[in-house]
Design a protein around this ligand. Structure first.
Ligand code: SF4
Ligand code: SF4
Length: 225
């Protein structure tokens, strides 16, 4: 076991925490540990209300690769620039000045476009995004919350970088769903731990986390046994 997700009593009620047990832990190890915790919890935190599918769902580069790999035909994505096609048809690109935010698209009522509202199920479950996979419907410690945020933010930065690079390579004008004095700049989006990685198995947590967060997540490694 490379990652431990465990129950923790917090000020607002029952919650959970995350600890890294192996410095080579990947994002996929983290997602597996979250999934195990949800499955093994005797009081399942999810009651199936679907409210979390009415929130903004930020996307990472690997989320989009997963959608393309698993659902390309179903989603009608082209062969040449499937990432750009997905972003245009199924995402929501918001640009304010130099800041870019990319999330899943939503319906007029505000539901995720992949939510089957009548059955309250996800129609893209096999490829659902990092934010969906890593959500546990309970309070979390600060380090657990920061880990999730740093993963999503780093993955989205790489997605924005790819969007800018591929739009240029394809000779396509930047497709933006909502713009406010939009002036996105490639120089703002540097290569990071997600760059050139095609799956969450390839992304090491230590390449993503800030030093302070990594020290907190691995603090149990340093305790004398
Ligand atoms: S995780 Fe929480 S908000 Fe989402 S469906 Fe389950 S109970 Fe509802
Ligand atoms: S991708 Fe699926 S799980 Fe995630 S918000 Fe949309 S419907 Fe819900």
């Amino acid at each position: 076991m490379k990652i431990k997700v465990f129950s923790k009593s917090l000020a607002k009620g029952p919650g959970y925490d995350v600890a890294v047990l192996d410095p080579q832990a990947t994002v996929q190890d983290y997602l597996d540990a979250i999934n195990n915790f949800i499955e093994q919890n005797t009081d399942p935190p999810c009651k199936g209300c679907d409210e979390c599918c009415w929130e903004r769902i930020p996307l990472t580069s690997i989320d989009v690769f997963n959608y393309v790999n698993h659902l390309r035909d179903q989603l009608g994505l082209g062969q040449d620039w499937p990432l750009l096609d997905f972003l245009e048809k199924y995402a929501y690109i918001y640009v304010e000045g130099r800041v870019v935010d990319i999330s899943l698209g939503y319906t007029m009522e505000g539901a995720c476009r992949f939510l089957n509202q009548s059955e309250r199920i996800c129609s893209s479950y096999v490829a659902r995004s990092l934010v969906c996979q890593s959500f546990i419907c309970m309070e979390s410690t600060q380090r657990a919350s920061e880990l999730r945020s740093e993963l999503v933010n780093t993955g989205m930065d790489e997605l924005v970088r790819l969007w800018l690079v591929q739009s240029q390579q394809a000779g396509r004008q930047l497709f933006i769903h909502e713009a406010h004095r939009a002036a996105p700049q490639l120089e703002d989006y540097h290569v990071n731990g997600f760059t050139n990685k095609k799956s969450y198995q390839e992304v090491l947590l230590k390449d993503i986390c800030s030093k302070r967060l990594w020290a907190s997540l691995t603090s149990e490694l340093k305790k004398p046994s």
